[in-house]
Design a protein around this ligand. Structure first.
Ligand code: PLP
Length: 371
């Protein structure tokens, strides 16, 4: 008997979501973002599932790119933050990576590099995120400097939207206008949209899109959106009941006694807690499914266990299956009840949780992070 807490990963759902993204993207090419171990889904498994369909993969750092290359992934890879030191350029060259160039320092490193093959660079404009990128008045000069380098091959102009999840906020309009202005007259392909841009801002689609979260079946948007309803959850975080008990009115549950029973209450103890990645801040009432029936979290989440209300499920007993998020309980709903976002839920699933891959007829077990 192994611990019942595991994450099922539905690679067919992933491919379906990729097809949804591709359809929205029209003629634009797609960088499938697989940083942070494929948002917790296993970067190598995700990359393999999308091989031949994704035009490129997006990662945060060179170590993530290295893992993919060492696993035999040949899809083009984009380093979303570029290199953090000049000596990484040798690896960029060897692993045939494309990289973001967002600062004067990085630009100087590229100018000084003598790679064996042309460097593909994505020049980043800071259009309002104010995190990475050249300012609008330095952008054309940075582009000219890169374009003059014989060692630079493909050149893409990019920016990142700060508020694309706010469906009609003027900030996005301003970022789009600023980017268009900064790129005017520069001959290069363009990229602005991550999932929120792709779902909700057709004007942001341009030549390359960079969807992440939507590929994993969660929405970056706080409210329901017709394009997002077509997405299918990829990860199902599942566990089981390990104890069931009946409490009387007035008795409390767990640390701090946060939940006090108003009525006689049947309580189920689930073998998953915050050390597995379930959010400790989940409120009483957060949805949970037991035996396929919806019920609610009651009481504070502990490290290895959490407690649920079984009052309406009189037949539930120890060993019964519990879904914490997935197809019955959306990760967006759990995130909303925990003051967080599905990104943090997925990337927070810990090493203790085995990832079980399911695609069509095949189910493939593997250790977390090592498909
Ligand atoms: C992470 C990231 C993305 C993907 O964002 P989602 O909201 O997950 O779609 C796109 N572009 C950049 C630069 C990123 O860092």
């Amino acid at each position: 008997m192994t611990r019942p807490t595991r994450a099922g990963i539905d690679l067919d759902a992933l491919r379906h979501n990729f097809a949804v993204a591709r359809k929205l993207a029209g003629a634009a090419r797609t960088v499938a973002v697989v940083k942070a171990n494929g948002y917790g889904h296993g970067a190598v498994a995700v990359a393999r599932a999308l091989a031949g369909t994704a035009d490129a993969l997006g990662v945060a750092c060179i170590e993530e790119a290295q893992e993919l290359r060492e696993s035999g992934i040949r899809t083009p890879i984009l380093l979303l933050e570029g290199v953090v030191a000049p000596d990484e350029l040798a690896l960029v060259d060897r692993l045939a990576l494309a990289m973001v160039v967002h600062s004067r320092e990085q630009l100087e490193w590229v100018r000084a590099a003598r790679p064996a093959r042309p460097l593909a660079c994505w020049l980043k404009l800071d259009s309002g995120m104010h995190r990475l990128g050249f300012t609008a008045d330095a952008f054309a000069a940075a582009h000219a400097a890169l374009a003059q380098c014989p060692q630079v091959g493909d050149l893409v102009l990019m920016t990142h939207l700060a508020r694309a999840d706010e469906l009609d906020h003027p900030y996005t309009h301003r970022q789009l206008a600023l980017f268009a202005q900064a790129c005017a007259g520069l001959a290069a392909r363009r990229s602005l949209a991550s999932s929120a841009g792709l779902l909700a801002w057709p004007a942001a689609i341009a030549d390359w899109v960079r969807p992440g979260i939507m590929l994993y079946g969660a929405s970056p948007l706080p409210q329901a959106h017709p394009a997002a309803t077509r997405l299918r959850p990829v990860m199902t975080l599942e566990s089981a009941l390990i104890a069931v008990r009946d409490l009387q009115a007035g008795e409390s549950i767990g640390y701090g006694g946060r939940f006090v029973c108003e009525h006689p209450t049947r309580v189920g103890v689930v073998a998953a807690g915050y050390a597995d990645g379930y959010p400790r801040h989940a409120r009483d009432g957060t949805p949970v499914a037991v035996n396929g029936q919806l019920t609610r979290l009651i009481g504070r989440v502990s490290m290895d266990m959490l407690t649920v209300d079984l009052t309406g499920l009189p037949h539930a007993r120890s060993g019964d299956p519990v879904e914490l998020w997935g197809t019955q309980v959306s990760a967006n709903a759990v995130a909303a009840a925990s003051d967080t976002i599905p990104y943090q839920l997925f990337t927070g699933v810990s090493r203790r949780v085995q990832l079980i891959y399911r695609a069509g007829e095949t189910a493939l077990a593997s250790a977390n992070g090592d498909p």
